[in-house]
Design a protein around this ligand. Structure first.
Ligand code: ADP
Length: 258
């Protein structure tokens, strides 16, 4: 499509339709550019571990059978890079599925039990305690249970990854005075390394990691919070961060009760 040439300042009906059409073209172009950027970022991110696998496989091919130590080193690297690629591919699939509204299946969800179960799952993985606080014994929400659980997993996993101290999950009913609406507020709080103020918005971008060298040990793909944001938006909610470096981070989600 090409934009329609318009006379500056014209207000007749045809010119108005023309300018609406041109705005649509602008939006399509922006979306297309964003998709292209995403494909290019994803390819780059997947190419890094693949290059490493290629290098170690080559080392194995040349030395592996003669040099046991080099062989073992190569196999270890190939294995860990393959695990990383698999994790990233799964997260890319998750990201795509959160963008597909047709796959959103809302039902009545009891959040207290769901929160406790999800926290227990991570307690086991990290052997650390997550404190779950709720404002009532039962809290109901119209939502997609597997996606709420996925959202909690991402936020709790980050809180545990980026802090050593106990992590807190609280779920309560709150009023959003801005839109005069009641909703469920989910807060995940840690006392970890925190996020610098200037990075607070960027962490929701795909593949973005704060100072990747700082986090190299923790693994991670930089896709978790992009998925979390999409999951919240699927439920017409919002997500924000309060954080201070070396003090801790609190992720705050608000989902309206319909
Ligand atoms: P990752 O897989 O790297 O954890 P995310 O998208 O989940 O990717 O998070 C993006 C970045 O935001 C992380 O790399 C980290 O730098 C920062 N981050 C997210 N959660 C926290 C937290 N609770 N404490 C400190 N930093 C965090």
């Amino acid at each position: 499509f090409r934009k329609i040439p318009l006379r500056p300042g014209a207000t007749d009906e045809l010119s108005m339709m023309g300018s609406t059409f041109n705005r649509m073209i602008d939006r399509l172009e922006e979306n297309f550019a964003r998709q292209q950027q995403f494909v290019s970022d994803a390819s780059h991110e997947l190419k890094t571990p693949l290059t490493s696998i290629e290098g170690y496989a080559n080392m194995l091919r040349r030395w592996g059978l003669r040099d046991e130590e080099r062989g073992r080193e190569a196999v270890e690297h190939i294995y860990s890079e393959a695990v990383r690629m698999k994790e990233m591919t799964q997260q890319l699939l998750d990201l795509a599925s959160t963008e597909d509204r047709a796959r959103y299946r809302p039902e009545t969800v009891e959040l207290v039990e769901l929160s406790r179960k999800t926290a227990q799952l991570l307690d086991k993985v990290y052997s650390r305690q997550i404190e779950v606080r709720t404002s009532a014994e039962e809290l109901y929400l119209n939502a997609d249970p597997s996606r709420i659980s996925q959202l909690l997993l991402i936020l709790l996993d980050n809180a545990l990854k980026y802090s050593k101290d106990p992590v807190e999950l609280s779920v309560s009913v709150q009023d959003d005075p801005g839109v005069d609406q009641q909703g469920i507020e989910i807060r995940v709080k840690d006392s970890g390394i925190g996020i610098p103020q200037q990075e607070l918005n960027r962490v929701f971008e795909r593949f973005y990691r704060v100072d990747s060298s700082r986090h190299r040990k923790t693994g991670g793909t930089g896709l978790g919070l992009a998925i979390a944001k999409n999951l919240v938006e699927l439920h017409r909610g919002s997500i924000r961060i309060e954080s201070e470096e070396n003090v801790g981070t609190e992720m705050i989600v608000f989902i309206p009760i319909h």
